[in-house]
Design a protein around this ligand. Sequence first.
Ligand code: NAD
Ligand code: TYD
Length: 339
Amino acid sequence: MKNILVTGGAGFIGSNFIYYELEKHPDRRIVCLDALTYAGNLETLEKALKNKNFRFVKGDITDRKAVEALFEEESFDAVVNFAAESHVDRSIDEPEVFLKTNILGTQVLLDACRKRNIRFHQVSTDEVYGDLPLDRPDLFFTEETPIHTSSPYSASKAAADLLVTAYFRTYGAKVTISRCSNNYGPYHFPEKLIPLIIANALEGKELPVYGEGKNVRDWLYVRDHCKAIDLILENGRLGEVYNIGGHNEKTNLEVVKTVLKILGKSEDLIRFVKDRPGHDMRYAIDPTKIRNELGWYPETTFEEGIKKTTQWYLENRSWWENIMNGDYVKYYEKMYKNR
Ligand code: NAD
Ligand code: TYD
């Protein structure tokens, strides 16, 4: 594969994937299509923009005309779709944009791909399976677990997944889907739990923990997710779903306390706040299929990964401070004003 379109690459996981690909496949060209919503930050791609194998295009995946024009201009071998509205709390306040981007945007990309017989990979989430009870640690999400969504976010991701499998069955589109557990690592937008806790703790601000902090998430270091997608793109079976997760289950309170310990900050900053409506209790992935079929395994333990991540936020303070104070939106104008 010589030329890959990565949508949503100015966000958290997409940007990490771009860096992973540029490093792992130096002969590969990566084009990033990103609308630069509040969650997109071109500063994140600063190093990639210096690489001759990388091109950034500002554009919306729901804009059929613009997407078609890009596909006519470029000759893509594959598309990896990260572009999405991704924050559950925002989906509870304003669901509509989630349906538009996550479902209709995916359809636009699927149409562009099937017309040209281009390989398409959909980056999905374990949240499409709903949640598991806390008192059944023996239960895990497999690829056969029924779709059973809780939030407008997960419902929109599930709808997109169903569309992807429908395009496989109906049109023979060359598709795969991956469903990953919660990621953490560099360039994670500081509205999500781990980066929010790190940033707030460093600024001595309160740390909001929903409910009693007992909800469990299955944390995976973002680079391990990128490795899995790279493997699926190379060797995944068409029409298949692959679950990705590293058996790293932690309660939210455990995560918050671990971060505070690494930073040497007081637990007095923790505030238990009103719970999220419909809050999923536990996510836990069974990654047997991707391990057996593609030889994937996670390389970074939670203990290592959370230290590396905390260190990254300490060393890249201006990156998240620019987000917190809103300056990051000016980066695109600054970079492109003379082009
Ligand atoms: P993110 O919110 O950090 O980034 C999303 C990116 O998509 C941003 O750069 C944004 O500008 C772009 N975007 C949004 N709407 C767009 C549109 N209409 N057209 C073009 N670009 C648009 O999200 P993330 O955490 O990096 O998640 C990426 C993907 O991975 C999502 O599809 C998400 O559902 C999935 N996922 C995330 C996690 C996680 O823990 N963060 C876990 C599993 C799966
Ligand atoms: P989040 O990072 O939003 O990811 P997701 O909802 O997709 O799992 O939240 C992770 C967990 O942390 C989730 O159980 C909600 C909880 N949470 C808090 O307790 N406080 C917060 O401020 C946020 C953003 C999340």
